[in-house]
Design a protein around this ligand. Structure first.
Ligand code: DGL
Length: 257
């Protein structure tokens, strides 16, 4: 039976995990949340790359996964190319999938991207969009406080709503499509939608589908399972992940790499 490794800087990658579970019901999944080091998005690119390789080496060499889903935009930008060279297994990231969906969704070619400071600094969305269509207007806004607040368990109050409103106010009015360029943001999508009435794109679905195109469907003989590992607060991870996934997680193992 195959095992798919999914990782993120913390709990945000469960937005991608949810879709991976749907696409691969007959494969084992190992999720790693590097919450001890979250947010990745505030770190230097070299540092993010080194953290990602520690996690992916754990998945590949210790857990012997058959494919990796980088369920983090920041990690995709910092480490996907290196990981593709380093391992013999398929590695998929979130950014190109978000871009494809964004292009399909926009009607007026004005696209907003909200993401971590590191993702914006690397211009990964901008470069990927430009590769496919030079006539798009891409507006990028960094949202440095979101990841930390989501890791702690988002509180829907006046202050957090004000923060969303202020970040989104940096986008021009004519933006008709908004890319959630950080996998943590789908966890607060319903709150973001209060202040953005256009199409909101979450790259997760497309990412899981892109892996299915590469590795196909798993075999249906045995019952599959999901294992969770986190480097930080496992109880908090469990609470936030359970709420988003809508299921009970039996065990989250604390593992510092
Ligand atoms: N979920 C990660 C992403 O998609 C957040 C990175 C962070 O920890 O800042 O970018």
């Amino acid at each position: 039976m195959r095992t798919i490794g999914v990782f993120d800087s913390g709990v945000g990658g469960v937005s991608v995990l949810k879709e991976v579970i749907k696409e691969f019901p007959y494969d084992n999944i190992i999720y790693f949340g590097d919450s001890l080091h979250a947010p990745y998005g505030d770190r230097e690119i070299e540092e993010i790359r080194a953290l990602c390789l520690k996690v992916s080496d754990f998945l590949v060499y210790e857990k012997q996964v058959d494919a990796i889903v980088i369920a983090c935009n920041t990690a995709t930008g910092a480490a996907m190319n290196i990981m593709k060279d380093r391992y013999k297994i398929p590695v998929v990231g979130v950014v190109d999938n978000g871009v494809n969906e964004g292009i399909r969704a926009t009607k007026n070619k004005n696209i907003g991207v909200i993401a971590t400071p590191a993702t914006i600094k690397m211009d990964i969305y901008l470069k990927e969009f430009n590769k496919l269509d030079k006539n798009l207007n891409i507006y990028q806004v960094k949202c440095p406080l979101f990841v930390g607040m989501i890791e702690k368990g988002w509180i829907d109050n006046e202050e957090s709503n004000e923060l969303i409103k202020n970040y989104l106010n940096n986008l021009p009015q004519n933006v008709d499509t908004l890319i959630l360029g950080c996998t943590h943001y789908p966890l607060i999508e319903k709150y973001i939608k209060r202040y953005f009435s256009g199409t909101v794109v979450d790259p997760a679905k497309e990412t899981a589908k892109s892996l299915k195109i590469i590795i196909g469907e798993g075999d249906r003989k045995e019952k599959s399972h999901i294992e969770f590992f986190v480097s930080g607060d496992s109880q908090k991870f469990k609470e936030v992940a359970q709420e988003f996934l809508g299921t009970t997680i039996d065990k989250v193992e604390k593992t510092i790499l």
